[in-house]
Design a protein around this ligand. Structure first.
Ligand code: CMC
Length: 425
């Protein structure tokens, strides 16, 4: 393809063009500053590619999401979370033998070092679960040091995948004052997580198969989403040479914000607020449209998807079926559907391409599982972990990787004289 040409400041420059396997086009501006003295300005990196990647493909206009070529719809309905984790982290769906080994590894590494229980004890019962998750993941690097090219690296990846669910469940048990329930090697990933969350020592606990499968599906839907805020954070921190655990811990912190993973909690809080306020959706749709009001319809809109979020489609069609089969009637599901209908008929939302995203309906399913609202973002982190790891490893192996270090356009004072304190009036 012809190089891109730019004329600025009296300089003419040419830039090589890179075309992806799905015909996405980008031009390489690495030499822009050297040849023209200018940089690009793109707040929020809305139009900036930070890397080339073979992991996830998204077409936001067509609502397409694929992990390593497989559609999200196929993976969510036909695969398992552990197989998808293998696909992301190791590059291919596992053979039967590889799947057995991967499952076995993920169960056998799920125990936490006993000393780590002391960390949970130090937190107040009402500690935000995402803070607990992030700090305990960060402290794993103290227990399992190792570099990306060291012998322990592969086993550290497995450790992290295996232990995150234990950390998540322990933080929940701590918050409700119940004894920790240790992982079981005879249960699959999602079933074991539910067991650690909901079992109590005095009773037999067998998780509901439908809920286990639903949880597995939700984890698959969250497993990767190319260069979103938390994933870019993971890559950015890792680009400095920081270890895997530290980088993932930073990603967990980035995910916690309400504009990102924290939105799933915010959706349920919003729906509950609308219900308590008499169910007047129109009032809240109007508030969301009012530029003087900071209120936004949580679970609506996406930086990339402008027609629909394919993850939201899968979840919505599942929510009805799961709740029906379980005989659960959740007033918030009806509220969510009515709010969606009203918003989607409104020009403001239509013109801006604002549709329900993955977080709009996921909370309804987490509620059906008995997962408390403040744990929803932790569920997102559990799902996203294989994607973060895959992206971190890809960043490490890419010879083009340099430390992430954007530039800026300075708009502050120009040089001025220093005035000693006693003369400042
Ligand atoms: N309610 C009302 N107006 C909205 C909303 C919303 N939820 N989202 C965007 N807008 C408006 C926004 O005010 C702007 O209007 P205008 O062009 O008149 O200034 C326009 O739509 C574009 O919005 P933006 O904030 O420039 O878009 P962005 O790409 O920077 O932000 C977003 C994307 C997801 C942060 C945003 O849509 C939002 O805040 N949504 C609610 C939070 C949410 O649900 N987040 C979860 C995202 S999906 C899970 C994940 O991957 O994290």
């Amino acid at each position: 393809m012809e190089p891109a040409r730019l004329s600025i400041n009296g300089h003419n420059a040419e830039f090589p063009v890179t075309v992806g396997t799905e015909d996405e086009v980008g031009f390489d501006i690495l030499k822009l500053r050297g040849s023209t003295g200018a940089i690009t300005l793109d707040p929020g990196f809305a139009n900036t590619g930070s890397c080339e990647s073979t992991i996830t493909y998204i077409d936001g206009e067509k609502g397409i999401l694929r992990y390593r070529g497989y559609t999200i719809e196929d993976l969510a309905t036909k695969s398992t979370f552990v197989d998808v984790a293998h696909l992301l982290v190791r590059g291919e769906l596992p053979t039967k033998k590889e799947a057995d080994k991967f499952n076995e590894d993920l169960t056998h590494h799920s125990l936490l070092h006993e000393d780590m229980k002391k960390f949970f004890e130090g937190y107040p019962a009402n500690a935000p679960p995402m803070s607990v998750l992030s700090t305990i993941v960060s402290s794993l690097s103290a227990y399992y040091p190792g570099s990306a090219d060291g012998e322990d690296f592969d086993v550290n990846i497995v450790r992290l995948l295996a232990k995150l669910k234990t950390i998540a469940a322990f933080s929940y048990k701590k918050s409700i004052g119940q004894p920790y329930i240790y992982p079981r090697n005879d249960m699959g990933y999602a079933a074991d997580f539910m067991h650690m969350m909901f079992a109590v020592p005095s009773e037999e606990y067998q998780p509901n198969d439908l809920l286990v499968r639903t949880l597995d599906m939700l984890l698959i839907l969250h497993a990767d989403h190319e260069q979103n805020c938390s994933t870019s954070t993971v890559r950015m921190v890792g680009s400095s040479g920081a270890d895997l655990f530290t980088s993932i811990s930073a990603g967990i912190s980035a995910l916690s914000g309400p504009l990102h993973g924290g939105a799933n909690t915010a959706v349920i809080e919003m729906l509950d607020m609308i219900r308590k306020d008499g169910g007047d959706f129109k009032k809240y749709v109007d508030k969301a449209k009012d530029k003087n009001d900071p209120f936004r319809l949580m679970g609506f809109g996406h930086r990339v998807y402008k027609n629909f979020d394919p993850r939201a489609h899968v979840i919505k069609s599942n929510a009805d079926e799961v709740l029906n089969k379980l005989g659960i009637s959740d007033p918030l599901l009806d509220l969510a559907k009515q709010l969606e209908r009203i918003a989607l008929e409104d020009d403001y939302f239509v013109e801006r391409g604002l549709y329900p995203n993955v977080d709009f309906y996921s909370g309804i399913l987490y509620r059906a599982m008995g997962i408390p609202t403040d744990m929803f973002t932790v569920m997102f982190a559990l799902g996203r972990l294989p994607g973060w790891i895959a992206q971190w490893v890809e960043m490490k192996k890419d010879p083009a990787t340099r430390i992430y270090r954007p530039r800026q356009i300075y708009t502050g004072y120009t040089k001025r004289a220093f005035v000693p304190t006693e003369n400042r009036g």
